[in-house]
Design a protein around this ligand. Structure first.
Ligand SMILES: [Zn+2]
Length: 275
């Protein structure tokens, strides 16, 4: 079910860790950002858009993780964009003859059968330095960074005052670092600074997972994510409602993510550790 969060900006929520898909109304149709997870949810979203008389004219994936690069035939064949780095990462996955089996291994077992992989990752990378998504609608600025995943992009829907944050600034999930990167902590803090730089231009923040935040929430969430990442870096214990007994998803969904991050970050920062 679509819910309006700003003028011409709607969201739909999947049941898998509150994945949020974003629909932006343009002149002749909509831009669809991170479409959703299960086949039934995707088909229902396509139905809703059809009822509104709003064909999908462009797609965008915020980053190259499986839950952000799905698609459904009912959305049609609009171009699906991402940053060049994001597209390259997905191309890498698809270059393995057994990619479907590999992807299937990381899907949540209870809903794996419901996740359609036929149109997985068919994405066009926008040339490096592209500042806006090429489409006929409100300007959507691309804010590329390397936190959480290579080629991750937040999107600022300029005339609507909405920041689509990808997998950052969630009220239910702690920051997930890209532990394969050379400097996961530095990348994360740099990305938070990048998002902070547009805070004056956004009244609404939409995380890839979790609830939409209104006025004042954007800076509060940046502060919360930064405090978590700095605590990891400094070996402290983050006081964070997204971990521990109060956590919405931490316990059953991604058990031990915080502990694993803490362990890996502290190994890296031990004297003599190779980076
Ligand atoms: Zn995600």
């Amino acid at each position: 079910m679509l819910k309006q969060v700003a003028d011409g900006v709607l969201i739909s929520e999947s049941r898998f860790i509150q994945t949020t898909s974003v629909v932006v109304q343009g002149r002749d149709g909509v831009l669809l950002i991170d479409p959703g997870i299960e086949g039934g949810e995707l088909a229902a979203l396509a139905d809703d858009l059809q009822e509104l008389g709003q064909p999908v004219v462009a797609g965008f994936s915020t980053h190259p993780h499986w839950d952000h690069v799905l698609w459904h035939a009912a959305f049609g064949e609009a171009p699906r964009y991402a940053t060049a780095r994001c597209a390259a990462a997905i191309r890498d996955v698809l270059s393995n003859a057994d990619w479907k089996a590999r992807v299937a291994q990381v899907l949540p077992p209870d809903i794996a059968e419901q996740i359609p992989l036929d149109l997985f990752g068919i994405i066009t990378g926008l040339p490096d330095g592209t500042t806006h998504i090429p489409w006929d609608g409100p300007g959507v600025r691309i804010l590329e960074h390397q936190a959480h995943a290579a080629g991750h992009a937040a999107l600022l829907i300029e005339e609507r005052g909405v920041l689509v944050a990808g997998d950052m600034l969630s009220d239910v999930l702690i920051p997930f670092l890209d532990l394969k990167a050379a400097d996961p902590i530095g990348d994360y803090l740099a990305a938070l600074r990048l998002l902070e730089g547009v805070a004056d231009d956004a009244d609404v923040v939409i995380p890839g997972h979790g609830s939409v935040g209104g006025t004042g929430q954007l800076l509060a969430r940046i502060t919360q994510d930064r405090a978590y990442v700095q605590a990891l870096r400094d070996g402290g214990v983050p006081e964070d409602p997204r971990i521990g007994p109060s956590a919405t998803f931490g316990k059953d969904w991604l058990p031990g993510v915080h502990e694993r991050q803490l362990q890996q970050v502290s190994q890296r920062t031990e004297p003599g550790a190779t980076r």
